[in-house]
Design a protein around this ligand. Structure first.
Ligand code: FNR
Length: 188
């Protein structure tokens, strides 16, 4: 049976390098992982005022997560943290109180930057948020991607064999992590 992975791209940029990275990861992932993007760009700003009556975009977000066996976050680092649009989506998904969509959800984080530290600080920030949301995060391997257009083609092809090998291993480990979590905490 296929394992359904919902993935978030933390950037709203039409030229997002993290979207390119997401394409590369999907190409390299084990075949039984089936990927669906969970959009975040159409969400209004979260307010508890909506808790009694979630808008359709936020309901769709929660349904998409509920229909996933695991979630993958592919995100830039913004000002040494995560982009506001991604935090907003996580806030929506974590509420209303008692209906946190990430509870026990297998998860992994990864990100690409044009800077040398490759989103390392942003990922720590995201990990703290997901930890509070009780997601079951893969903690190792970590992947901090220094993006260059020579290595990452727009369609997701990777021209550097060692980068491709590293990211293939990352996705294999993610598949194993999902399996381990689902063995203990089945979702369906
Ligand atoms: C950045 N960028 C950035 N890079 C980084 O390594 N650490 C950081 O803290 C930040 N902060 C930051 C804030 C804001 C508001 C922007 C717009 C950019 C640069 C960032 O890595 C670069 O713009 C990437 O291209 C962003 O990823 P996407 O949107 O292309 O996927």
């Amino acid at each position: 049976m296929a394992t359904r992975v919902g993935y978030f791209v933390g950037s709203l940029s039409s030229t997002s390098i993290n979207r390119v990275l997401s394409r590369a990861l999907i190409r390299l992932a084990p075949e039984h992982l089936e990927f669906t993007e969970i959009p975040i760009g159409n969400l209004p700003l979260y307010s508890p005022d909506h808790d009694a009556n979630y808008p359709p975009q936020a309901l769709a977000l929660k349904e998409a997560i509920a229909g996933s066996d695991a979630v993958l976050f592919v995100t830039p680092e913004y000002n040494r943290s995560i982009p506001g649009a991604l935090k907003n989506a996580i806030d929506w998904a974590s509420r209303p109180w008692g209906q946190n969509s990430f509870h026990h959800m297998p998860a992994a984080v990864i990100g690409a930057s044009i800077g040398a530290i490759g989103t390392a600080v942003g990922q720590q920030s995201l990990r703290a948020v997901l930890s509070f949301c009780n997601a079951r995060q893969m903690t190792s391997p970590e992947a901090y991607v220094h993006f260059t257009p020579e290595v990452f083609r727009d369609d997701g092809e990777i021209t550097d064999p060692s980068t491709a090998e590293f990211l293939t291993d990352y996705m294999q480990e993610f598949a194993t992590h999902i399996e381990r979590v689902l063995t203990v905490i089945p979702r369906r």
